[in-house]
Design a protein around this ligand. Structure first.
Ligand code: DGL
Length: 291
């Protein structure tokens, strides 16, 4: 690549997507660690919640998102979504060709490995995720594999689907009686019968509910993928010489696949910034996206 192409590639934005607001927990960390990068954030809310969809549908919608980002000329795609990462990462990598694509599953596991240092040996790890991620079972395979590969004892893994947490977050009910009641509904039994040492918040929506989840699991350390993802993105940008070297503040573009009243305010509340609006994109009907 000549210098001019390299420089264009460096200043291209990074594409980040989720089914809705959840991926903003990842974008927040990306903005902190990489304040000079530009981002395009896509909330595929027309197809949300991903966790209730079939694997075929999740894969189809995820690949449409990949096509959208490719049409936007991004330099990297970050799946800020465990469900898509569990089901469609390999297919997306194939679709994206030389464009780097990053999923979040191993970053959640990395966070659990770090937390395991002062825990029981072997640690008992609860995976709190969407219905689809739980039935995919990726964490039950990858947690033992990655722990033992890193010379740690094979953990005891419990999965708990908490699908309705996603809607709770989208509606802005992050604390209060409704959130507490739902956390108790999903996690009361996990606390009483399993007493996990660590819980991976294996859906990017769930960190918004950290306080109520912690209340339901007071003896458990909660971890999530967001910080580790941001570090992985930075490492990859450095190794591919794709770090944005223009000294400027992040430019952010937000897209939704369905108009959602109040989403702009929610994004601003979460990221603690003012944004220039949210654009609607009809990915399904856009030429070249559907395959
Ligand atoms: N936030 C997503 C995840 O990490 C998807 C939630 C959903 O749409 O069901 O799994």
């Amino acid at each position: 690549m000549t210098d001019i192409y390299t420089s264009a590639a460096r200043s291209a934005p990074i594409g980040v997507f989720d089914s809705g607001l959840g991926g903003l927990t990842v974008l927040r960390e990306l903005l902190t660690l990489l304040p000079e990068e530009d981002f395009v954030y896509l909330a595929d809310n027309a197809n949300a919640p991903y966790g209730r969809n079939s694997f075929t549908t999740v894969r189809h919608d995820t690949l449409n998102n990949v096509d959208f980002f490719m049409s936007q000329g991004v330099k990297m795609i970050v799946f800020a979504c465990n469900t898509s990462s569990a089901i469609a990462l390999d297919a997306a990598k194939e679709r994206a060709g030389s464009l780097p694509v990053i999923g979040v599953i191993k970053d959640g596991i990395k966070a659990a490995m770090e937390a395991s240092a002062d825990k029981n040996d072997p640690p008992k790890i609860a995976v709190l995720a969407t219905d689809a991620t739980v039935s995919n079972g990726i964490f039950t395979k990858e947690l033992p594999r990655i722990f033992t590969e890193n010379n740690l004892s094979e953990p005891i893994v419990i999965q708990q689907a908490c699908q309705d947490f996603v809607q709770l977050v989208e509606e802005g009910n992050w604390t209060g009686p409704l959130a507490e009641e739902m956390a108790e509904h999903y996690l009361g039994n996990v606390r009483e019968s399993e007493q996990p040492d660590i819980a991976i918040l294996a859906c990017t929506h769930f960190p918004f509910l950290k306080d109520v989840i912690q209340k339901a699991l007071p003896e458990t350390e909660l971890v999530d993928c967001s910080k580790a993802v941001a570090h992985e993105v930075k490492k990859l940008l450095v190794s591919m010489e794709l770090l944005n070297d223009k000294k400027h503040k992040s430019e952010l573009m937000f897209y939704v696949t369905e108009d959602q009243p109040g989403i702009e305010q929610n994004i601003e509340r979460i990221l603690d910034i003012e944004i220039d609006g949210v654009h609607h994109v009809d990915i399904k009907n856009a030429e070249g996206f559907e395959r």
